[in-house]
Structure formats: C-alpha cells, structure tokens
Design a protein around this ligand. Structure first.
Ligand code: IPM
Ligand code: MG
Length: 372
C-alpha cells in the first residue's frame, strides 16, 4: 500500500530543500519495500499569493488526508507588511493547531565532523545528543484573550495569555518520558514557575506524571533563564528537555547553534496516535532564509534529517532512517559542505549537489545496512 506524502515547500529556500528530500523519497520508493506517492500543496506566502490566504482550504484538506507531511519553510520580507492574520506564519500555526500536532521533537545532535563549525568550543559540543520536546498547540501562542485594545487616554494595550490545562501538560509530559525511556532515561522540564503560575501547574503536573507513570525516569526542573545559560555552558548535561511552546521556540534555536548551523536541525510535530486526521508533520527548524533563496546555497541536511525522522516515526522504517543518517555522516566525512557549515579545507557545494551526494551515499549505506 502506498504512503501518501504531502509536500508543503512554502517560501524562500523551502522549495529547494524539500526538492532534495523528494529525490530521496523517489529513490526509496523504487528501492525499499515501501512505495511513496508524493503530492504538493501551497502554504504561507506562496499560498497567500495564489489564494489570498496562507492556509487555503485546499491545503487543509490535503493535509488532513496525508499519511505524513514534509514542510520547507514559510515567510519572507515580501509579506512582512501584511496584517498579522494573513502573514505566512499563520499557515504554519494553523496546520499545527488544526491537525492537533501538540508534540514538537527537536533533536540537536552534533556530527563529529562539524564539532568545529559550532561557535562553541569543540569539547563543549562534541558528541552532543539532546532532544527538545516543545509543546506546540497551546501556551501563549494560542491563549485567549489576546489582542490590541484602545484605551481611553489614547494609548493602546497589547496582550496575550499564557494558558495550559492539565490534559495538555500531561500528554506532552508523557511524550517526553516515553522518549527518555528509549534514550538515557532523563528528563529536564523547563518552566518559569518562580514567576508564572501557569507554569507552576506545568511543574506540578509533570512531576505527578513522572511519579505515577514513569518512576524509572529521572526528572529534574529548571527555570528557563538558567536553561538557556546551561545550554551554552554545558549542553551535554541534558538528555530530554520538555517545555512550553514559547520557551521551546527560543531554546531550540539556541540548541540548533550548538550543532554548528540552523541548517542541521530537523523536527517532527506529532499528534495523538489515534488521530483521525494526519498526525505527523516534519520540517527543518530553520526558516525561509530569503537572503539566499533561489541561489542553490541552502543546506538541505535539516530537511533530509526531517525525512529520516518521518521514516522512523511515521513508517517504522528504522533501517532506512539509519541508512539516511549514515549517508549524511558519510558526505560530511567526504568534506562536502554548504556555505553555512563551510570549513577550511572542505569543498563548498550547493543545495542540489548536497542532495545528490546524500543520495549517492544512501545507495551505498542502504546496501550495507541490508547486507548486515
Ligand atoms: C519555529 C518558528 C515558528 C514558531 C514561527 C515561524 C511561527 O520560529 O517553528 O520555531 O514560532 O513556532
Ligand atoms: Mg522558532
């Protein structure tokens, strides 16, 4: 039975990087036991240009019925002056919310070959392997009330609401504990419980789930300001970090730079296993990078790593996912680099060439994996 993959290339470098993943999917379709049927829809600025909305009903319908979605990036200067209600980012928030993709997994792994590409010292980042679990459909991103109000004195008041309910916290905590059980067995929950009462509920709820359901997992808590500092001071102290929507947004960009480049960080956004609509979207953490869009300069590795996550989490294709990650490592060992991870003595290549190099390496890695 064919798996239906929906591509949402989006804006900026989105189309270039998703195209590299598409080549790999086509190859896997021919050479693995799984057939992928790939279709495409518009989201973000590209959708706004065609439909006047960043989240057209056509796209929503296609998303609901896909088996998995691969998204590039949304946004760019072209749409920055639009009203916030139709800005490209709205498309991204809508797909997360409408499909109920509440768990955002952002692994930050440092490939040994790139340990010197980080702005931090090699010994701080070499061997790093952490997983940030970000709540994705609640918190201050979606809380009500929100708005901008006119005040009697002629000034204005802008406000958002940081709100979390018990079930929202419980389900994201379970995702984090489940992941930790397959890793090093440690979860650090990040909040601001010394100031924000809604995150006091967060802390208490995470603690209760650990006590009642995951007694073998080691749980610690950290305030978000300290967590930001610890991430650059000694990131290897962490295994799984679980946190709110906005704290996760911020900390995951920070973690991305530990790996050398935002161009290296994949992500998965997952919904409930028993969801009756598509429950999995994969996307690179980097944005649309309008400054280099269309120039064959973007690093497609974050997108290809996102595809590896799709193979692993949506289709149980661990052998293929491992082979794809091994292929990326092989390409890095060969000294091939896009601009963002360029190092002295390495060879600078473009987006297409990087995609092709990974595909070539995959052919070899997959043959090896199957022989083993
Ligand atoms: C991310 C991005 C988005 C977010 C933006 C583009 C809406 O920064 O995925 O981290 O804030 O969630
Ligand atoms: Mg972000």
């Amino acid at each position: 039975m064919a798996q239906q993959i929906l591509m949402l290339p989006g804006d900026g470098i989105g189309p270039e990087v998703t195209k590299q993943a598409e080549k790999i999917l086509a190859w896997l379709s021919e050479n693995s036991d799984t057939v992928f049927e790939v279709s495409e829809a518009l989201i973000g600025g590209a959708a706004y240009d065609a439909y006047g909305t960043p989240w057209p009903e056509e796209t929503a319908a296609a998303c609901r019925k896909a088996d998995a979605i691969l998204l590039g990036a949304v946004g760019g200067p072209k749409w920055e002056s639009l009203d916030i209600s139709v800005r490209p980012e709205r498309g991204l928030l809508a797909v997360r919310k409408e499909l109920g993709l509440f768990a955002n997994l952002r692994p930050a792994m440092v490939f040994d070959e790139l340990a010197d590409a980080s702005t931090l010292k090699r010994e701080v980042v070499a061997g790093l392997d952490i997983m940030i679990v970000r709540e994705l459909t609640g918190g201050i991103y979606f809380g009500e009330p929100k708005g901008i109000e006119n005040l009697p004195d002629g000034t204005q008041k802008g406000y958002n609401t940081l709100v979390y309910t018990t079930p929202e916290i419980e389900r994201i905590a379970r995702v984090a504990f489940d992941l930790a059980a397959k890793r090093d067995g440690r979860v650090c929950s990040v909040d601001k419980a010394n100031v924000l009462v809604s995150t006091e509920l967060w802390r208490n709820t995470v603690e209760r789930i650990q006590r009642d359901e995951f007694p073998k997992i080691e749980l610690s808590h950290m305030y978000v300001d300290n967590a930001a500092m610890q991430l650059v001071r000694n990131p290897k102290q962490f295994d799984v970090m679980v946190t709110t929507n906005m704290f996760g947004d911020i900390l995951s960009d920070c973690a991305a730079m530990l790996t050398g480049s935002l161009g290296m960080l994949p992500s998965a956004s997952l919904g409930a296993a028993d969801s009756d609509v598509c429950n999995a979207l994969y996307e690179p953490v980097h944005g649309s990078a309008p400054d280099i869009a269309g120039q064959d300069k973007a690093n497609p590795i974050a997108t290809i790593l996102s595809l590896a996550m799709m193979l692993r989490y949506s289709f149980g294709m661990a052998v293929e996912a491992d082979a794809l990650e091994a292929a990326i490592r092989a390409v890095l060992v060969q000294g091939l680099r896009t601009g963002d991870i360029m190092q002295e003595g390495a060879s600078l290549i473009g987006t297409e060439a990087m995609g092709n190099a990974v595909l070539d390496a995959l052919v070899e890695a997959y043959a090896l994996a199957k022989a083993a």
